[in-house]
Write a protein that binds this ligand. Structure first.
Ligand code: G3P
Length: 220
């Protein structure tokens, strides 16, 4: 089995922006684990985070399928890659885009650059899986930022997404997220058929992020 993937989305939490993003990345980098840990950071923080934690895998939180040129305010993939991004989230519940946007981005990025497309439900997960991103992550919007993990609140959406994505393409990895906070949540996710988790507040709002991260990987 490949190592479980744990993506920590820094969002725009104050505890995970600017110098605090660099500090949190260093803490992630210090975790001794078989799991693959990824920090999904603001494009504004990419360079500094990569510099601060060179051993940590760093992704961008969003990208736009545009090239060099007249594209004010859009996030340019080649520039993000030049700044050290190894992958991106796309279509997050807090930054929805069209299927066409996802498809164009997949066409544009180079081989090896990973894309995790986020879905609100099983149907959306299937539509995204048909585009064959590296991962589809299912996150029920109503559970995002809450205290109850999707793996306890709605285990059926996790196992249902795993089944639906697997039927659509065997090349797409499957993640779940929303409310994930503990090692138990991560191991339940794996039992439900996914290969990792996407989370934010469990780490970014933790009183002790190091302990939160250690707990997340403790049962792997
Ligand atoms: O991208 C991860 C996210 O939407 C889930 O957030 O705070 O529920 O872990 P959270």
């Amino acid at each position: 089995m490949t190592s479980p993937l744990i993506i920590v989305n820094f969002k725009t939490y104050q505890s995970a922006q600017g110098p605090s993003a660099e500090q949190l990345a260093r803490v992630m980098e210090s975790i001794d684990t078989e799991a693959r840990l990824v920090a999904a950071v603001s494009p504004l923080d990419l360079s500094k985070v990569v510099e601060a934690a060179p051993e940590l895998e760093v992704w961008c939180q969003h990208l736009d399928p545009i090239g060099f040129g007249s594209n004010t305010g859009w996030i340019h993939p080649e520039t993000a890659i030049g700044r050290g991004a190894k992958g991106t989230l796309i279509n997050h519940a807090e930054h929805k885009v069209s299927l066409e946007h996802v498809a164009m981005l997949l066409d544009q990025v180079p081989e090896g650059f990973e894309i995790c497309a986020c879905a609100a439900d099983i149907d959306e997960a299937k539509s995204l899986a048909a585009l064959v991103p590296n991962y589809v992550a299912v996150e029920p919007p109503e559970l995002i930022g809450g205290d109850v993990s999707v793996t306890s609140a709605d285990p059926e959406i996790v196992s249902g997404t795993a089944k639906a994505v697997r039927e659509t393409s065997e090349h797409v990895g499957i993640l779940c997220g929303a409310g994930v906070k503990s090692g138990l949540d991560v191991s339940r996710a794996i039992e439900l058929g996914v290969s990792g988790v996407l989370l934010a507040s469990g780490v970014t709002k933790a009183s002790d992020p190091l302990e939160a991260l250690k707990d997340l990987v403790s049962l792997l």
